[in-house]
Design a protein around this ligand. Structure first.
Ligand code: EPU
Length: 417
């Protein structure tokens, strides 16, 4: 078991370079299965979630070579076999093997995915898409067998613009016979990144980034070279840290448009921001205005930043509100923030934060990835020492978090207990 120890209250300045997007990489790695030759993906973050997916690829017989930020996947030697429970359960994104294996081999056997406990997180929309493409699905307890004699293009309307379902259906449809249309598709930048990857392999996908994606099936997909986009959630998390304790903190190697919903809220709060072509310069203000935020699908305010962002609202002069609309259970950081001195009450899916309050270092627990990130933000801004348990959650999604924060002046260490 590892813990993070943070000595809070130190001003941060310098540059933090943002890594490749975890939520793109976790789809690109399974998607590599669809190619007939080697695929090179660069700017893949080294986090435990990407490691877990490489492990599944290797289990299936692929060769996976990591060279600094790149990963070279050779899918030629893959054997389509059941992915065991202990591998599927390691993370949410193991569900992308369903779409990728179905697309390539027309047959998948695997267990229900794992991932952060932040709500029910069913995969009914993924399955609906597979069925419309011609697959049959047999579910026995937690074990899924998805099989298709033939995959045929179809029109698929998603009741909710799900990121996972949109990507998984694209993976299954790229090699189907004929044309598929996904309506009410998710528009997140990660969808565009995955569609570009598939097109680099020879797929024919148009409309990614809009709510209607068209996929014209092809017979073969070849190897390719592809780059992962910068991680907008990592960028947003460090920007929030800058807004709390930054002095000209530069968040570098980002696509600022991807976090516009955050930067516009920060400006409303009174945070000083310089927005460059591929960077942000952020400064802590002397006073923060209260704000109201509602999580939404892209380009709305991302649910993945809701928890880190809430820490900032504890500094606002007055009452702020944060509404979580995507997940049923994404407020598990709140009792810990209250333990640290915040004044937050929850009613249904709305958190009301009364500020300003001082945060005091405490012993707390990361219950999920972004809850953990919010406790890191709080610990850095708190007076005294914070100890965060269950750090494993944080290491799923933030590459070199200790080094990145230490380099800009934070006092943060990781310890084995
Ligand atoms: N949903 C359904 N049925 C489905 C699919 C989704 O009801 O078949 C519901 C979910 O239960 C949830 C909502 O739709 O309430 C959103 O789910 P979505 O499918 O969009 O999310 P996801 O694909 O499971 C990805 C990211 C999440 C991120 C969301 C939203 C990955 C591996 N995960 O999850 O990232 O919160 O999109 O942007 O890409 C994180 O990084 O901390 C994280 C949780």
């Amino acid at each position: 078991m590892k813990v993070l120890e943070i000595q809070g209250g130190h001003e941060l300045s310098g540059t933090i370079r943002i890594s490749g997007a975890k939520n793109s990489s976790v789809a690109l790695i399974p998607a590599a299965i669809l190619a007939d030759d080697d695929v090179t993906i660069c700017n893949v973050p080294e986090v435990t979630d990407t490691d877990a997916l490489s492990e599944i690829l290797e289990f299936l017989g692929a060769s996976v070579r990591r060279a600094s930020e790149s990963i070279v996947i050779s899918p030629k030697t893959i054997q389509n076999k059941e992915i065991p429970k202990e591998l599927s359960k390691k993370l949410r994104a193991s569900y992308y093997f369903m779409g990728a294996l179905l697309g390539k081999y027309k047959h998948v056997e695997m267990y229900f995915p794992g991932g952060c406990s932040i709500g029910a997180r069913p995969i009914n929309l993924h399955l609906k898409g597979f069925e419309l493409l011609g697959a049959t699905i047999d579910i026995n307890d937690d074990r899924y067998v998805v099989d298709a004699k033939d995959l045929k293009g179809a029109n698929i309307y998603l009741d909710f613009a799900s990121v996972g379902a949109t990507i998984n259906i694209m993976l299954a449809a790229v090699k189907a016979r004929g044309t598929s249309i996904i309506d009410n598709a998710a528009k997140e930048p990660e969808i565009v990144n995955v569609a570009t990857f598939l097109n680099n392999m020879g797929a024919k996908i148009t409309g990614a980034g809009t709510s209607r994606i068209k996929i014209v099936g092809v017979n073969k997909l070849h190897g390719c070279f592809h780059e992962v986009i910068p991680d907008r959630i990592e960028a947003g998390t460090y920007t929030i840290i800058g807004a709390l304790i930054g002095k000209y903190l530069k968040i570098d190697n980002i696509i600022p448009e991807h976090i516009e919903s955050l930067t516009s809220k920060l400006i409303e709060m009174g945070v000083e921001l310089e927005i460059g072509d591929d960077y942000l310069l952020v400064n802590k203000p002397s006073k923060y205005n209260p704000v109201e935020v509602q999580t939404q699908v892209f380009p709305g305010f991302p649910t993945d930043l809701q928890q880190p962002f809430m820490v900032l609202t504890t500094k606002c002069n007055g009452k702020s509100k944060v509404e979580e609309t995507i997940y049923e259970n994404r407020f598990m950081h709140v009792p810990y923030l209250n333990k640290m001195g915040a004044n937050i009450t929850i009613k249904d899916r709305v958190a009301t934060i009364k500020g300003p309050t001082e945060l005091i270092g405490s012993e707390v627990e990361a219950t999920d990835l972004r809850a953990g990130a919010s406790l890191v933000v709080a610990g850095l801004g708190a007076k005294g020492k914070t100890i965060i348990h269950n750090v494993e959650h944080i290491l799923r999604g933030y590459e070199n978090i200790i080094e990145k924060l230490t380099d800009v002046g934070a006092k943060i260490t990781i310890k084995e207990i």
